[in-house]
Design a protein around this ligand. Structure first.
Ligand SMILES: Nc1ncnc2c1ncn2[C@@H]1O[C@H](COP(=O)(O)OP(=O)(O)O)[C@@H](O)[C@H]1O
Ligand SMILES: O=C(O)C1=C[C@@H](OP(=O)(O)O)[C@@H](O)[C@H](O)C1
Ligand SMILES: [Mg+2]
Length: 169
């Protein structure tokens, strides 16, 4: 059964899942959970180091474990990492946690937001690879989502308000 008082955010790196999730949790009196933050707390290491030491596969394994471990949680906003949709086995788990909101952003907007970012190993790849990754994931985000919110040219606050209206309706 879907837990309706959780809200799950998915979307590409830089779409705003962590910033929007934190504010949305505050405004709706929910507990904020960020899967990346949880992985860093559990391992005592940074995401770039986990990628370096365990490879992307090691990180994905941890990500799935952390996602599954949330199954008893209620009243939360769950911000996922952009690659949560990479493993098909995560799709059903996402939906079980609550309504899934896909935060969309264009490649141009994401590039502006993550201009000097060095904390995301997959964003450090050449531009063509980053573009291909976004193109590849786009339909998967849509397939996994109950609602889509386009975040281009919107403030974090605007996005939070839009999600609040969606979950009320
Ligand atoms: N709607 C927005 N407008 C402007 N900047 C944004 C917006 N959403 C996120 N950002 C900025 O983009 C960067 C990445 O945001 P973050 O919340 O970490 O995204 P994600 O968790 O989806 O990777 C941060 O510097 C954040 O302040
Ligand atoms: O898109 C991805 O594969 C990743 C996105 C990151 O999270 P954000 O989407 O919060 O940046 C983080 O989980 C890791 O660097 C991998
Ligand atoms: Mg994030």
């Amino acid at each position: 059964m879907q837990h309706m008082n959780n809200i799950v955010l998915i979307g590409f790196m830089g779409s705003g899942k962590s910033s929007v999730g934190k504010l949305l949790a505050e405004q709706t009196h929910r507990t904020y959970i960020d899967l990346d933050q949880k992985i860093e707390e559990d391992t005592g290491d940074t995401i770039p180091n986990i990628f370096k030491n365990e490879g992307e596969e090691g990180f994905r394994k941890r990500e799935t474990e952390v996602l599954r471990a949330l199954s008893s949680r209620e009243g939360t906003v769950i911000s996922t990492g952009g690659g949560i949709v990479e493993r098909k086995e995560n799709h059903d788990v996402l939906k079980e946690h609550g309504p899934v909101i896909y935060l969309h952003a264009s490649f141009e907007e994401i590039s502006a937001r993550l201009e000097d970012d060095e904390s995301r190993p997959l964003w450090s790849k050449p531009e063509v690879e980053r573009k291909n990754l976004l193109e590849k994931r786009l339909p998967v985000y849509k397939e996994c989502a109950d609602e889509l919110v386009n975040t281009d040219h919107k403030s974090i606050n605007d996005v939070v308000n839009e999600i609040e209206s969606l979950i009320k309706s």
